[in-house]
Design a protein around this ligand. Structure first.
Ligand SMILES: *Cc1c(COP(=O)(O)O)cnc(C)c1O
Length: 351
């Protein structure tokens, strides 16, 4: 169609002119260490469930709110099914939660740096964003997050892209002092040494979001979930709408939850030991990676674009950050099998 034949271009809602589509993708490369997914592959029972899927079933809608998957997740987490809501990735659950508890014209408070999708999800839902810095120890600042009287406070722990935890005491201080929604994003919960789960039964305003995209190795199937008080979860479910998790995704996720937890635990423990080996090798090369409680490390570098370009020439993809608050330029590197990390180290060593 010729461009001049288009007439009556509608105006998107206000604020959309400042938004753009997601640009965190590095593109094809031999070893992709850019997105913190499980580089050991998908859980074996999940793969089997996909192979054995009765494809005649795809003519039918899946369960509207993923009843069976919720039951399976509830057993895994150790809570009532009424405390779980699922979604098309945790991005979808985050979006729904912000929409359910954030008033258009209101604001969302989060730390800087944090998960790059959060400001976008807030703005898409008509909220402005107020950011606060981490304190000198890398913990969240309670007063600063509360100060703008936001509708929603978002805390990512372990935080993407820094890998650091917020302290349980400070998350609790926020939950107590604040009457709005507190989202605690635990996309990396499986790797973390800090358990935040008790918060959801203690505080009616805390929603923990998790995903099957990272440790569970199923990013392509788009399965996320949140855990919280049943009343809270009910509102998120309204906002999310029906049919967000497809039948295939649901079948694979249930199979993994029922049969593959030991497989996942094994990979998590391998990831953590490779992370410490990788970090000590980085240190001996003169880098100063941040302390991580997740399956990635953030490595400050003077010229991230140039470093990433050199690494990409060696087939290694990493996520670059041009100028993070309080940190400057940095590379975020996913921890995978040791052979991959050795190649990554070699590409970092190259002049
Ligand atoms: C990867 C990631 C997510 C999103 O994962 P989904 O694939 O949408 O489930 C959410 N939060 C953080 C902090 C992440 O790093």
């Amino acid at each position: 169609m010729r461009r001049e034949s288009i007439i009556g271009q509608p105006t998107p809602r206000s604020g959309f002119e400042a938004l753009s589509v997601y640009d965190g993708v590095v593109g094809p490369c031999a070893i992709d260490l850019s997105d913190n997914t499980n580089l050991w592959g998908m859980p074996p029972s999940a793969a089997l469930a996909l192979e054995n899927f009765q494809f005649a079933e795809v003519t039918r809608y899946p369960s509207a709110y993923a009843a069976e998957l919720k039951a399976s997740l509830a057993r895994h987490v150790g809570v009532e099914t009424s405390m779980i809501v699922t979604g098309c990735g945790s991005d979808d659950v985050l979006d729904a939660a912000i929409r359910a508890f954030g008033n258009p014209g209101g604001s969302l408070a989060c730390c800087d740096p944090t998960f790059s999708m959060i400001p976008v999800l807030a703005r898409i839902n008509g909220l402005s964003v107020s950011t606060s810095s981490f304190d000198a120890e890398g913990d969240i600042s309670v007063d600063s997050l509360l100060s703008g009287r936001p509708d929603v406070i978002y805390i990512c722990s372990p935080n993407n892209p820094t890998g650091m935890n917020a302290s349980v005491e400070r998350i609790e201080a926020i939950a107590i002092a604040f009457s709005g929604l507190v989202i605690v994003d635990q996309a990396y919960a499986e790797y973390s040494s800090t358990s935040l789960l008790p918060l959801v039964s203690r505080y009616a305003n805390v929603l923990i979001t998790r995903t099957m995209s990272k440790a569970f190795g199923m990013a392509g199937l788009r399965i996320g979930y949140a855990i919280g008080n049943p009343v809270l979860v009910g509102e998120v479910e309204k906002s999310r709408g029906p049919y967000k998790v497809g039948a295939l995704s649901s079948a694979a996720a249930i199979a993994a939850l029922e049969n593959d937890l030991p497989w996942i635990e094994q990979i998590v423990s391998e990831t953590l030991s490779i992370r410490s080996r990788f970090v000590s090798r980085l240190s001996s090369l003169g880098y100063n990676p941040l302390t991580s409680d997740a399956n990635f490390v953030l490595v400050p570098v003077a010229n991230p674009a140039e470093a990433a370009k050199r690494m990409l020439e060696a087939g290694i993809g990493v996520r670059t950050f041009a100028n993070l608050a309080g940190i400057g330029g940095a590379l975020r590197i996913t921890i995978g099998p040791w052979e991959m990390m050795e190649k990554c180290l070699a590409s970092l060593e190259a002049p």
